[in-house]
Design a protein around this ligand. Structure first.
Ligand SMILES: [Cu+2]
Length: 282
């Protein structure tokens, strides 16, 4: 960009010098008109047309093969619903984090559950709107392992700016093993009968959240693997114990507009017990 600016500034400067130095009447009116026609019309048209035609093939959407992995990502106020659909195998649900295998095409089916959102992972792919009632396709192909930050890029309400997520690109073998493990989730913390699970149920958390083996609700993010996510509240903050306790007790204060009720009567100890239990849910 800087180089482009320098080239344009240089060319304009040179033209200015030439224009100032040349005598009046150095070229006839006819010659002048011809110069404008060629330099201002014909040459740019040919150059731009050539560029357009030569880059058109690269703009075609990448074709996916039937056995490529499909992942449905749904934008919700203000979090991300994720559903892995490997060909010929049962689907796997998750939230607020996306994992993809390095070196393979992955087709993302982008949807919206409520209002307009926009899926944007600058390190991985372009930006694409998520529109209620329709499915937009985006094919991504990670070329190296690592974590890529994503962000909702369409204003969707109060906490729009707090609607982020991570894409984790994994080596293909590690990804396959991870997805297979996800298909058989162990009960959270190894127990669904403990005090954390009891408080979770008693406070009605299971009316909105799925925790494998305990509840199956889909209104809020799936919490089965919360303990494996480094961030909390859709990339809003680090998932420290203190942040988690606060989020459980006062989600709408921690995240304005969040569609999760506050629990002002809940004691800090109870919130901490639920938090410790969820933290074990890898
Ligand atoms: Cu959004």
């Amino acid at each position: 960009m800087v180089l482009g600016a320098v080239v344009i500034a240089g060319a304009l400067g040179a033209l200015m010098v030439v224009a100032q130095r040349s005598r009046e009447g150095a070229i006839t009116h006819r010659q002048g008109m011809r110069l404008v026609l060629w330099a201002g019309g014909v040459v740019p048209t040919v150059v731009l047309l050539t560029l357009l035609i030569s880059t058109l093939p690269a703009m075609r959407p990448i074709a996916v093969k039937p056995d490529d992995l499909r992942i449905t990502v749904t934008g919700e106020q203000f979090w991300w619903r994720v559903r892995y659909q490997p060909a010929g195998q049962p689907a796997v649900g998750d939230a607020n984090e996306l994992r993809v295998p390095v070196g393979r095409d992955v087709e993302l089916l982008l949807e919206a559950g409520d209002v307009l959102h926009s899926f944007w992972v600058p390190g991985l792919a372009g930006k694409l709107d998520m529109v209620p009632g329709r499915t937009n396709r985006l094919v991504v192909h990670a070329t190296r392992a690592g974590r890529f930050r994503g962000q909702c890029a369409e204003f969707c309400g109060l906490s729009h700016a707090l609607m982020a997520f991570d894409v984790v690109a994994m080596e293909p073998a590690a990804f396959d093993a991870w997805l297979a493990a996800r298909r058989t989730p162990a009960p959270v913390g190894g127990d669904v009968g403990g005090e954390g699970a009891r408080l979770f149920a008693a406070n009605g958390c299971g009316g909105c959240h799925r925790v494998a083996g305990l509840s199956d609700a889909t209104i809020g993010p799936d919490l089965t693997h919360l303990g494996s996510r480094p961030s909390l509240g859709a990339g809003m903050q680090k998932r420290t114990h203190a942040n988690l306790v606060r989020f459980i007790r006062e989600a709408p204060t921690a995240k304005p507009g969040a569609r999760m009720p506050a629990y002002p009567q809940m004691t800090n100890e109870d919130a901490a017990t639920i938090a410790r239990w969820l933290e074990q849910s890898k």
